[in-house]
Design a protein around this ligand. Structure first.
Ligand code: SF4
Length: 389
């Protein structure tokens, strides 16, 4: 008899996230764990990343080979290609990397050159995620970016010439952004021909430069209703151009271009998070651990000198695990099996809430598998709260 699939863990995907914390400059909206690159010697951090990969090996001996590796940041396109190659090799030695695995590098347009792209490909990168953010020069300057729209277009063309699997990030719903200009910008971005788009509404986080400007009343975020209208328009345009959403903010031109690494997060898989401030989720002996590396590069470098404890992070309670599986599992359109939540928490979703959400047109239901409708995607947090144990 075939054993039942556990409700979380590597059976739902296994990936490695590597956080490179440096950027040439800090964008005013960014609330990631980032530091200005300046002229620094990265030897210590590179060595720490390599030993962090290796020290996970014994603990995860029963895990399958990696299905994805993701270099995020920060700006990992500032890393030397040789250091990227060494990390991929180390990951392969430690865990094995599946043939055909997705190995993504986030890159800024300013770092794109034919030479760099070839070197990344030779290092083992299979997918590039380009932080274009906008194709409007004024908006790029507002967002504090170090590229203009001409550079962004060139970067996309050059990247697509070498990496068929290229993703483009854009930020919309900016303060005062007219609908017509977003329509034009999104159509232009689609015309670049990338098979994957990540389209994020601008969020103004408290501790950022934008957050401080908003507190002083110098920056007024776009009202929620206007954001919802732009979201709807975005869905219509992307669907008409063959890149429907497969997750709240992510669009792909077919199965082959969906982000396998991000699907591991949404499906309740495991991922190792290495690098300053990186988060991970590891499942060991039926328990789920949330890992969080020290944020400051110096603290991180010191911490990885010690072996990994047998409990590699904070053990999550059954309730926290079930709630997280639901919150993330509702994001992609493939749907979430509520039996997985019940298996972890022992509590089924409330039948009356399910009926109410389905009748309100916010949820599709097929047996125990539920997914958000397009209207439901705008209310994902509320729907999650309604169904959570
Ligand atoms: S380049 Fe990206 S990670 Fe770096 S500061 Fe700007 S938004 Fe943040």
């Amino acid at each position: 008899m075939k054993a039942a699939t556990p409700p979380f863990g590597p059976a739902h995907g296994f990936g490695l996230y590597i956080h490179w914390p440096y950027c040439t400059r800090i964008c005013p909206y960014c609330d990631f764990n980032v530091y200005a690159a300046k002229d620094r010697d990265n030897a210590g951090l590179n060595a720490a990343l390599l030993s962090d990969v290796a020290r996970h090996r014994a603990l995860l001996a029963d895990h399958p080979p990696l299905g994805s590796v993701y270099f995020g940041g920060g700006t990992p396109s500032l890393m030397a290609a040789g250091d990227i190659a060494s990390l991929i090799e180390r990951a392969d030695e430690a865990f094995g990397i599946e043939s055909g695995a997705e190995i993504t590098l986030e890159a800024n347009p300013a770092d794109i050159s034919r030479g760099a792209l070839q070197a990344w490909k030779a290092a083992g990168i299979t997918r590039v995620s380009l932080g274009i953010q906008s194709l409007d020069d004024q908006a790029l300057s507002f967002l504090g970016r170090d590229h203009d729209s001409a550079m962004a277009r060139r970067a996309a063309e050059d990247t697509l010439a070498i990496f068929d699997n290229t993703s483009i990030d854009l930020i919309y719903a900016r303060p005062g952004q007219p609908t017509e200009s977003w329509k034009t910008e999104l159509s232009d971005a689609l015309s670049l021909g990338a098979p994957h788009l990540s389209l994020y509404e601008l969020t103004i986080a408290e501790r950022t430069a934008f957050g401080k400007r908003a507190e002083r009343g110098e920056l007024v975020p776009m009202p929620d209703d206007d954001q919802a209208d732009l979201y709807e328009l975005t869905q219509q345009i992307c669907e008409a151009r063959g890149l429907p959403a497969y997750e709240i903010s992510n669009h792909a031109a077919g199965e082959a271009y969906k982000s396998r690494h991000n699907l591991t997060y949404w499906r309740g898989g495991d991922w190792i998070g290495i690098g300053p401030g990186a988060h991970g989720r590891l499942s060991l002996d039926g328990r789920r651990f949330a890992t969080h590396a020290p944020a400051r590069p110096g603290d991180y470098e010191a911490a990885v000198k010690a072996p990994l404890p047998s409990e590699p992070g904070e053990p999550l309670t059954s309730l926290d695990t079930a709630r997280e599986l639901l919150a993330l599992g509702l994001r992609p359109d493939e749907g979430f099996d509520l039996d997985r939540m019940t298996a972890v928490s022992g509590m089924p979703a409330d039948a009356a809430s399910l009926d109410m959400l389905a009748e309100a047109g916010l949820l599709h239901r097929s047996g125990q598998v539920v997914s958000l409708t397009r209207e439901g995607r705008l209310l994902a947090d509320r729907i999650t709260a309604e169904l959570a144990p």
